[in-house]
Design a protein around this ligand. Sequence first.
Ligand SMILES: Nc1ncnc2c1ncn2[C@@H]1O[C@H](COP(=O)(O)OP(=O)(O)O)[C@@H](O)[C@H]1O
Ligand SMILES: Cc1ncc(COP(=O)(O)O)c(N)n1
Ligand SMILES: [Mg+2]
Length: 554
Amino acid sequence: MAHLCSQVLSTSFFTPKPQIPVLLSPGVACVKSFHQYRFLHIKAMQDGKFATPTSCDESKVRVPHVLTVAGSDSGAGAGIQADIKACAARGVYCSTVITAVTAQNTVGVQGVNIVPEDFVAEQLRSVLSDMPPNVVSISCMLPSTGIVKTLCQSLKEFPVQALVVDPVMVSTSGHTLAGPSILDSFREELLPMADIVTPNLKEASALLGGVPLETIADMRSAAKAIHDIGPRNVLVKGGDLPASLDAVDVFYDGNDFYEFRSSRIMTPNTHGTGCTLASSVAAELAKGSQMLSAVKVAKRYVEAVLSYSKNIAIGGGCQGPMDHLLKLKSNVQRRRFDPCDLFLYAVTDSRMNKKWGRSIVDAVKAAIEGGASIIQLREKEVETGDFLEAAKACLKICRVHGVPLLINDRIDVALASDADGVHIGQSDMPAHVARALLGSDKIIGVSCKTPEHAQQAWIDGADYIGSGGVYPTNTKENNKTIGLDGLKTVCVSSKLPVVAIGGIGMSNAQAVMQLGVPNLKGVAVVSALFDRECVMTETRKLLEVLKESTKIAK
Ligand SMILES: Nc1ncnc2c1ncn2[C@@H]1O[C@H](COP(=O)(O)OP(=O)(O)O)[C@@H](O)[C@H]1O
Ligand SMILES: Cc1ncc(COP(=O)(O)O)c(N)n1
Ligand SMILES: [Mg+2]
């Protein structure tokens, strides 16, 4: 068993993968190449440097793992907290060694308490001896020369495949996090070990003895000069480049320069961008990416998080944090499905839009203005790319008005546009498969003509049922009409809310709503809204009819 374990343990280090990032520690000053790291790692294993796992089996899966060495930020925008969140968002396990604890918020840094060197060493030993990371990321303040030395010593003892160094010296709020006394050990010991070093403008300037950096040409010269100190790659970050419309970072690998550009997000919530970038580079390297693509992906991630977080309000200061877990947040923020949303359910139709010369977006806007409570895009004749663009544009409008947007049939389009859900028929993907793909927060509606369909929809995790055709309709070929009786049978057989569909309009909506079954929540309408000259007026009129009929029913 022990033999098996050591094979499992060593796999990620011995397979001829591309380099794995490690945030650099100082003791390995003379070790630069990936192959040398691997050699040292193998030797350390042979010397019994790693703890022998007490239990393991072949079915265990190794996960990409970044060890971040950083300071704690009580405000959780930067430091260890940013690193953990970024790694989690990038799908990578993150262990931590804390070098200092700061009292910090959106106003600034109120205090710094340095962790004793021997305790930093103990944390390093605990992690490195038992759970060797793919990459070490030193994305933080290193408050003393002693800590730099401790790090280098530990990395010498437990070499890793790649080292990422973010030389945090000054916080965005202007607070000095690492004094000039450690600059020498940074330059002499840490930087030569780094696979990549990621200084911002101020840090690049400090590393080079205070040269002013004001243009992209300056950043290129700085990247080259820092490369000469010894790291294999340099990324000079231009978040603070004055008068730059774009956020431009300059990458130099010793041969070529690359400019990574993204639009500049106008937001005060930029605290922690540097930590986030470094740990994301480390995360991508841990997953096996080459350096250049790791930087590219990390930069794109930072841009997405900044953009997502640009209006969040946490704290009263002017250095707000970002929200790294944007995906989770968007799910939490989404309004839960309310059966009352089914009251006036507008279903678009591409043929009708074409006939009346309006875009899908114009049709949706008009229906919402008229009072539609939910929208379904049913666009059978539109190309996928156009459908996706239309869905995104409609979603913006729907979100402003708090109206859910569903996509007919196309789970791919619903996922890609982040629409609120789908409506599927009996011959589409089964609802339980759609649920597995879409997750628990999206709305799923299923067309049902019989109690058996309704029962299955409930088992499969649907949120509502669309039942019909109640009356004959020409928006759907060969569609069996089930009549008011068929609709009632489906309603009483199901616990799910139901929306009636098929040939419903001004003349018969009242009859449907007066069916007298409590889970019949509304009517879905196509032609009566969209095969008309003024969608908004027709929607308003239908809304009045529906309101009137609920009054009568009471
Ligand atoms: N307002 C912004 N919009 C888009 N990207 C930004 C913005 N500010 C910083 N960045 C990006 O965030 C990353 C971190 O940059 P920077 O803020 O310069 O580093 P640090 O946080 O270490 O000071 C870089 O990729 C930079 O281009
Ligand atoms: C503990 C800790 N680590 C790093 C930073 C730098 O982050 P930023 O440059 O965004 O202030 C910080 N402020 N605090
Ligand atoms: Mg910054």
